[in-house]
Design a protein around this ligand. Structure first.
Ligand code: GLU
Length: 590
């Protein structure tokens, strides 16, 4: 018997019939707001319940780290197809006392038995879609350990305290929004093929109904009581491993579901890694991001540096500005694809990638009158030569599009930018039976075979290796104080969403909410640039086509959240105005 779930439909104030047992309380719909300004700290996430939990933690004296973990745990409830304890992510923290920025790498790892042939059968890559919905793609989750490490390093609340609001939310339920519903619909066919996932999410809950996940509430309670070792060394971990090794496939389904080879030893060996952030000097700002195995920090940084190389001031017309933005991004992706992988396995030239000297050598490839022809070859950051490249272009492989990002600031001035993911929307599609959470498919972020034949690929699978990410939680300082913190979901397009919002705000001078809401385009070293309809409708898009840019249209790119200081101890929180049904910005005292 499924223990979930939908307990009733909320039809504004008027209830149609009596679909509910009288004893079951309905969840109240919490409003979505794209912008909030005020004192006491700020939270921006894609989900109103999660943001509300964050400000409640701040109000009750928690700091930004306490609130960030509480929000993340809540997103595991309300945004479960993007985030949760079955996945991983990257956490960035600015400490107001020391003025230092630190990062935690909570990326998933491949099992000890993995090698370059992880996704090969008879020497050939298995179909990508098969890999996605499999045990094979499940990496060791890093998210629970990230929460615990962030709290023990910088937090003031206990694990027990911060998980409680999310546990209550999972038990009490929340109102299903159109995005939640759409995500279930998108995945219905594969969710139907696993007993556990089917029982939790199907039939798809109606928009406006209340969705409860008591299994997840119980799992959170176990984590609260037993700490993360319940997962990395205990019962929760054994159940996770069993699920990966023997996915709960519905008998008779036609789907071929490959098991994975994850073991309890893999879980026990897992750790998050505290890494030096990437730092890019740009227009007087210090832009801090996450280093390899994410490509976020280096790629955002390189593109900013390319844009800065010998360029006009901020009043450049928007057509030429967008042209240079697309070209800078194209070039930075060429270098990302060639050089970035897990630094425990490949020698990543992190400092060189964000050096101005290297950016200058790349910027000279940009023509003001003509778009570069499709994919370009990488340069060599260790030996930059103006306008030189290696001659062979490395393509940007596909990455999922569904992740979630949260940004928090507290009244002391500490700031968190945290992006967490299951990789694909719905991860592997496999819920751990009786536990209420989905497992990631992060290992599909590895290249199955070298992305470009003949070009060394830093992102091939290996034992214990972390797949390359595009996650880009970013904190910008000026003279040691925060001016902006942001991040986005969107797979490989995360980098361009962050870049575009940074540019809109700090170079073009748009307001933060307009910077986030503005139409987006994403060039990732391809023959075409992905663009939203709203971008394609602009006169600039036509002008760019005149330079040779080719566009493909896509409904939405990214879902950014951000915070910035608003003067006099106030913060401004901003979340997407419309993408993904719109996000939720909150401050403690508006
Ligand atoms: N797995 C992707 C990455 O780490 C993120 C997926 C997404 O944003 O949907 O880059």
């Amino acid at each position: 018997m499924p223990r979930s779930r939908v307990v009733g439909v909320l039809v504004s104030a008027v209830l149609v019939g009596s679909v509910l047992p009288a004893s079951v309380a309905r969840a109240a719909e919490v409003p979505r707001v794209p912008e909030a300004v005020g004192r006491g700290g700020a939270v921006a996430s894609i989900d109103p319940d999660a943001s509300q939990i964050g400000v409640d933690v701040l109000r009750r004296g928690g700091n930004a780290v306490d609130a960030a973990v509480a929000v993340a745990a809540a997103l595991g409830v309300t945004d479960p197809f993007s985030a949760g304890i079955g996945g991983g992510g990257f956490f960035v923290y600015y400490d107001a006392r020391t003025h230092r920025v630190s990062t935690l790498d909570g990326r998933e790892t491949a099992p000890a038995s993995a090698d370059e042939a992880l996704f090969l059968e008879n020497g050939k890559a298995i179909p990508f879609a098969d890999a996605v919905t499999s045990g094979l793609s499940v990496g060791v989750p890093g998210t629970p350990r990230t929460w615990q490490r962030a709290l023990s390093t910088w937090g003031t609340w206990s694990f027990d305290q911060v998980l409680r609001p999310a546990e209550d939310l999972a038990r009490r339920g929340f109102v299903v929004d159109p995005t939640f519903r759409r995500q279930v619909d998108n995945n219905a066919a594969r969710f139907a093929d696993f007993t556990s996932t089917r029982d939790l999410y199907l039939p798809a809950p109606a928009v406006g109904s209340t969705f409860r996940n008591p299994d997840l509430a119980d799992t959170y309670r176990e984590l609260r009581r037993g700490g993360v070792s319940a997962l990395y060394r205990g019962t929760l971990g054994r159940e996770l491993v069993d699920t990966v090794r023997t996915p709960p496939v519905v008998p008779g389904t036609a789907r071929v579901v490959r098991p994975g080879d994850l073991t309890t030893a893999d879980l026990a060996a897992y750790d998050v890694v505290r890494r030096e952030p990437t730092r890019t000097r740009w227009q007087g700002y210090d832009v801090y991001g996450v280093p390899a195995p994410s490509s976020g920090g280096t790629t955002v940084g390189e593109a900013l540096n390319i844009l800065e190389a010998g360029v006009p001031d901020g009043d450049e017309a928007s057509g030429p500005f967008l042209h240079r933005y697309l070209e800078a991004s194209r070039l930075a992706y060429a270098d990302r694809n060639r050089w970035v992988g897990d630094p425990a396995f490949v020698d990543v030239p992190t400092k060189e990638l964000v050096s101005q000297r290297f950016a200058d050598s790349r910027a000279c490839l940009i023509s003001p009158t003509r778009a570069l022809p499709g994919a370009v070859a990488p340069g060599d950051p260790r030996a930059p030569r103006p306008c030189a490249d290696s001659g062979v272009a490395a393509q940007t492989p596909y990455e999922g599009r569904d992740t979630t990002h949260l940004t928090v600031a507290d009244k002391w001035g500490n700031v968190v930018a945290y992006t967490l993911t299951l990789e694909q929307e719905g991860g592997s599609g496999i819920v751990v039976p009786g536990r209420g959470y989905l497992l990631n498919n992060e290992l599909t972020d590895f290249s199955f075979t070298p992305a470009t034949p003949g070009v060394p690929d830093p992102n091939l699978p290996a034992a214990g290796k972390r797949p390359r990410s595009s996650i880009s939680p970013t904190i910008v300082l000026r003279d040691g104080s925060p001016v902006l913190a942001l991040g986005s979901p969107g797979g490989a397009s995360i980098i361009t969403s962050v870049l575009q919002v940074l540019l809109n705000r700090l170079d073009r001078g748009l307001s933060l909410v307009d910077s986030v809401g503005a139409p987006r385009a994403s060039q990732r070293n391809g023959a075409t640039t992905q663009a939203e309809e709203s971008f394609l409708a602009t006169p600039e898009a036509k002008w760019l086509e005149g330079l040779g840019h080719r566009f493909t249209s896509t409904a939405e790119i990214g879902a950014v959240t951000a915070v910035e200081p608003a003067g006099g101890g106030r913060w401004r929180a901003v979340a997407e105005p419309t993408r993904r049904s719109g996000g939720a910005a909150r401050v403690v005292r508006p």
